[in-house]
Design a protein around this ligand. Structure first.
Ligand code: PGA
Length: 256
């Protein structure tokens, strides 16, 4: 049975009022209408997690952060700890997003510290990996994905792997309107699952893999129907309730 996670990455968008309006619209849209095999996650900016957290209480909507620090507390100006996130009711944290890698210099080693800290504290790490346009054109896609997976998952073994979800996001597809072809997506997702099973010694068990990169209400049904796609990480199209709810609807159609 396929399960789906539809995750909205709001990035640095939405004021507190906008957060509340959008959260309410999504809650209204999914109430009484969400298949038990579909999970819906919103990841507002960290400063607005607290208000979203109050609104999602007793609903099926889940809450995630877009980043965290790996230390429990201390002198890390501007950072957010995992216990701060869990105390707000966050179940997930996005880690290793390509924007954090490229604009903020996050390395696989640094991301690995966060992934380990998150899963050890029972937070689900939504680990993003993906190749650039140049890397794809130079046939380096698999080398890059493998090295991101290997390095970011060091020390994440056994039961801890149950707290990991991978998001395959080709960097050239993020925010560009370009999407990978169905064949490219299926190939990458199957290889990611096999590679993790192999290096972690868990034959027959797989980690869920979401697709991200210009996923929207028009292409969702087709992309979510691909065999090894277990949901989507959605940026731009998660910022309006109509498009996000329409993607959730497509996920339900795939499940049924
Ligand atoms: P996009 O962003 O849907 O706007 O391409 C996806 C992401 O960055 O997670």
């Amino acid at each position: 049975m396929k399960t789906m996670l539809i995750a909205g990455n709001w990035k640095m968008n939405t004021t507190i009022d906008e957060t509340e309006i959008l959260t309410r619209q999504i809650i209204e849209g999914i109430t009484n209408n969400l298949d038990p095999n579909v999970d819906v996650l919103i990841c507002p900016p960290s400063i607005n997690l607290s208000s979203a957290s109050k609104l999602i209480k007793d609903t099926r909507l889940r809450l995630g952060a877009q980043n965290c620090h790996y230390e429990q507390k201390g002198a890390y100006t501007g950072e957010t700890s995992i216990s701060m996130l869990t105390s707000l009711g966050c179940s997930h944290v996005i880690l290793g997003h390509s924007e954090r890698r490229s604009y903020f210099g996050e390395t696989n080693q640094f991301i690995n510290l966060k992934v380990k800290a998150a899963v050890q504290s029972n937070l689900i790490a939504l680990l993003c990996i993906g190749e650039t346009k140049d890397e794809r054109e130079n046939n380096k896609t698999w080398e890059v994905l493998e090295s991101q997976l290997f390095s970011c998952l060091i020390g994440v073994d056994g039961n801890l792997l149950e707290k990991v979800v991978i998001a395959y996001e080709p960097v050239w597809a993020i925010g560009t309107g370009l999407t990978a072809t169905n064949d490219q997506i299926q190939e990458a997702h199957a290889r990611i699952k096999n590679y993790i099973s192999e290096i972690k010694g868990i034959p027959g068990r797989t980690v869920p893999v979401l697709y991200g990169g210009s996923l929207n209400e028009k292409n969702a049904l087709e992309i979510l129907s691909i065999q090894d796609v277990n949901g989507g990480l959605i940026g731009g199209a998660s910022l309006t309730s109509n498009s996000f709810l329409s993607i959730i609807n497509s996920a339900q159609r795939v499940i049924n």
